[in-house]
Ligand binder design. Structure first.
Ligand SMILES: [Zn+2]
Length: 350
């Protein structure tokens, strides 16, 4: 009962070889969750190799997230959130965001000892530690602020993604109202549950796992696949049938999610990509009644070069349509190699 709508259009383009016009292939798909359109035009390649990142990623002066300044440049949390004022695991620190992007906005620094992490350096433990400090923070907020039931963990990485700081970090939001995408996820889940008595994301995951073409692998409770109608370049989704809210994540859940994220970032690196955004949404406070679940979406952005072309055009920002250069089925095939034959067990902590 999840409809995957696709139509193929013969687009007219100039024929330089023979003169006149010829037809080119344009595939249009509709995302069944968000209702947005995607145009797959395989000849329109947006991605390519990154330039040399050294000059851009080298520390140049003050950095609030580096080891020598983090303790003085960032504020401690209030006592009710952390008795010591700090939430730290390994080299990862959670710190209050200095910009009030949300009722409670927090930064998760991956590693205070490394000013820059290239994509292959986002190993499972580094990613898990960062997720872990933000989850622990969200759990502490949940215990004191019942009026803030909507949480998410997100990331920008390097300038093409919108990040203003080189030092890699995640950002969480905890709010009285849902994010736009979260609101759509909850509304779709609720309507689907009412009509069919099933969780929308559980059913979507089953559909993707059975139809194989876009399914990548599982890391424990998380299922990884490419979405039918991606919202951007090289998008991958992860779902978890048993998890409704970020606050409920166990250490095991965090390790399994970190494993998959680390592998997707490895696939990005191997495919000449260097910048990304991700968004991990909680399913909302009524997830048990609405069948809503957590949803992770990660998308690559234009590779970082001195004069890069942004991958956001009027299609994405104004027309609610993504324009991409590859089919999600072909991308799933590539990412699957990074998860390997042992994909079902790699999430287990070693
Ligand atoms: Zn730094």
């Amino acid at each position: 009962v999840i409809l995957l709508e696709e139509s193929e259009v013969e687009a007219l383009v100039p024929d330089f070889a023979k003169g006149g016009m010829r037809t080119a292939r344009l595939v249009h798909r509709i995302d069944p969750l968000f209702g947005t359109g995607t145009r797959v035009i395989e000849s329109e390649k947006m991605t390519g190799e990154s330039g040399n990142l050294d000059q851009i990623t080298r520390r140049d002066g003050f950095c609030p997230f580096c080891e020598d300044s983090v303790a003085t440049a960032t504020s401690p949390f209030p006592e009710e959130i952390s008795a010591s004022g700090r939430i730290i695991q390994g080299n990862s620190w959670a710190v209050p965001n200095i910009v009030g992007y949300a009722a409670v906005a927090t930064v998760g620094i991956y590693d205070i000892t490394r000013h820059f992490l290239s994509l292959e350096e986002f190993d499972r433990d580094t990613v898990a530690n960062t997720l872990s400090v933000l989850v622990r923070h969200a759990q502490a907020v949940r215990g004191t602020r019942e009026d803030l039931p909507y949480s998410s963990i997100n990331a920008n990485y390097l300038f093409p993604s919108g990040s203003s700081l080189v030092h890699p970090h995640m950002q969480s939001t905890i709010d009285p109202f849902p994010l736009g995408s979260q609101s759509m996820l909850i509304a779709k889940s609720e309507a689907h549950f009412e009509s069919y008595g099933r969780s929308y994301l559980e059913e979507l995951t089953e559909l993707e796992e059975m139809s194989v073409a876009r399914f990548i692998a599982r890391t424990g409770t998380f299922a990884w696949f490419t979405p039918f109608a991606p919202s951007g370049f090289y998008e991958v989704w992860a779902t978890a049938a048993s998890l409704g809210e970020i606050e409920d994540f166990s250490d095991q859940d965090i390790a399994e999610l970190a494993t998959g994220l680390s592998l997707v970032l490895g696939a990005y690196r191997a495919n000449g990509l260097s910048s990304f955004n991700f968004s991990l949404l909680s399913g909302g406070p009524l997830w048990q009644e609405t069948g809503s679940r957590v949803l992770l979406r990660i998308v690559a952005r234009s590779p970082l070069t001195a004069y890069y072309r942004s991958d956001v055009t009027y299609f994405e920002r104004l027309c609610q349509e993504a324009m991409i250069d590859h089919f999600p089925e072909a991308w799933a095939e590539k990412v699957r190699h990074f998860f390997g034959p042992e994909a079902h067990s790699v999430g287990s902590p070693s």
